[in-house]
Design a protein around this ligand. Structure first.
Ligand code: GLA
Length: 396
């Protein structure tokens, strides 16, 4: 069935109530960051490639105020990276003598990483509460949303000097690298920061330049189908893929794999180990599929756009090996369902979600049909209908 996600107003109320309960005064600043779904262009951001994510209605909200202590005091509830306890942490504001380091609980590392990066600007202690409606481990950027929401809170609490949105995305990515141990690309943090309502965001990850691609035709909508299989990107597979791509780029004499043409790759195929060649071929395919998808979307040629999604999935599954049985099954079922133009796994993979482009009129019946066919294969997905939302911002 279609799930409704908790709206931002309700999240903000919940966060403010928790703030009052914990700190016994009203929190002053309320900010949010959305999660994201990537329409096409996966495992190419760290290859300097093109990605096309959009912000989704699921979000993370932070409520915060400066305190009179030199401590950062942070509380969450079970909706955030919920599995590890405790739900409350406190640490000294960073200084030369007390540099911040990652530790336990894991959820707090995202915030610590942001505070560490903000460093000299964090001149006072602050209190903060974080809540979220983004499912954890679903490939919808729950971690980037905590980073970007925390950064947005610090921008509001410590007003000057303000950073550019590019610096902000890079700082959040650095927090993920240094404090969460995942060598991610820039896509998630960039779109959570910069998304515009009604548009997907085409990001050239090499130039770090973006363009808004309108996706507001009432006749189409985006379905997110959560397989329920949790993924974990700080494990070894994601870094291995990254390393293989770097190896291919070096062997092919390119700074980024995205600059390697199909012809160059084929001419030099024998120089590369078979697996490394397949990874590189995915990057070539994905670049082509993403740019074509954007053109088809602009031309409202949804049937062809859907084909690009299916080709992208095939490449991720067969060449890049980041899909799984459940995601492959959902894509196969969705691609045969009336009202679905195309579908593919989205994000890092190894579980998480499928994204589909659907005819608005048939979206609900398509979701129901996908659900019942999935159940026959012992897969119990939860689906959402989405439109592109706005990026991180202050709410009050
Ligand atoms: C994760 C990473 C992103 C990107 C995707 C795959 O979401 O955080 O940087 O590499 O996987 O496209």
């Amino acid at each position: 069935m279609a799930q409704e996600c908790e709206d931002i107003t309700s999240l903000a109320k919940r966060a403010s109530a928790l703030f009052f309960q914990r700190f016994e005064y009203e929190g002053k600043v309320v900010v949010c960051s959305p999660g994201r779904v990537n329409l096409i262009g996966d495992h190419v951001d760290y290859n300097g490639g093109y990605v096309l994510p959009m912000a989704i209605p699921m979000a993370t909200v932070c409520v915060g105020s400066l305190n009179e202590l030199s401590m950062c005091r942070i509380e969450t509830d079970s909706t955030i990276q919920g599995i590890d306890n405790p739900k409350y942490v406190e640490f000294n504001i960073p200084s030369e003598a007390t540099l911040l380091e990652p530790g336990s609980p894991k959820w707090a590392n995202y915030v610590k990483g942001i505070v560490a990066g903000f460093h000299e600007r964090v001149s006072k202690g602050f209190d903060c509460v974080i809540v979220s409606s983004i499912p954890v481990g679903a490939g919808l950027s729950s971690s980037a949303a905590i980073e970007v929401a925390s950064y947005t809170l610090l921008e509001e609490l410590f007003t000057s000097p303000s950073s550019s949105s590019k610096e902000k995305a890079l700082a959040c990515q650095k927090a993920e690298h240094m404090f969460a141990g995942c060598p991610c690309g820039i896509m998630d943090q960039f779109v959570c920061t910069n998304a515009v309502s009604g548009c997907a965001l085409l990001l050239d990850c090499k130039a770090m330049e973006s363009q808004n691609v309108p996706l507001n035709d009432p006749n189409v909508c985006i379905l997110i189908i959560n397989s329920g299989i949790k993924h974990e990107l700080s494990g070894s597979e994601y870094p291995i893929r990254r390393a293989q791509c770097e190896k291919a780029a070096i062997a092919l004499g390119a700074a980024y794999l995205r600059d390697v043409s199909r012809q160059t790759l084929e001419e030099n195929k024998k120089q590369l180990p078979e697996e490394v060649y397949r990874r590189a071929l995915h990057v070539v395919n994905e670049t082509e599929n993403t740019l074509k998808f954007v053109e088809f979307l602009k031309a409202k040629n949804y049937a062809e756009a859907g084909q690009c999604m299916l080709r992208s999935h095939e490449s991720l599954s067969d060449l890049y090996n980041v899909s799984c049985v459940e995601l492959d099954a959902i894509v196969e079922i969705a691609s045969k369902t009336a009202g679905i133009y195309g579908a593919r796994m989205t994000g890092g993979g190894f579980g998480g979600c499928v994204v589909a482009l659907a005819e608005t009129e048939k979206a609900l019946s398509a979701m129901e049909s996908i659900r019942s066919h999935c159940e026959l294969r012992n897969i119990f997905p939860i689906s959402y209908i989405c439109k592109p939302c706005e990026g991180a911002r202050r709410l009050n």
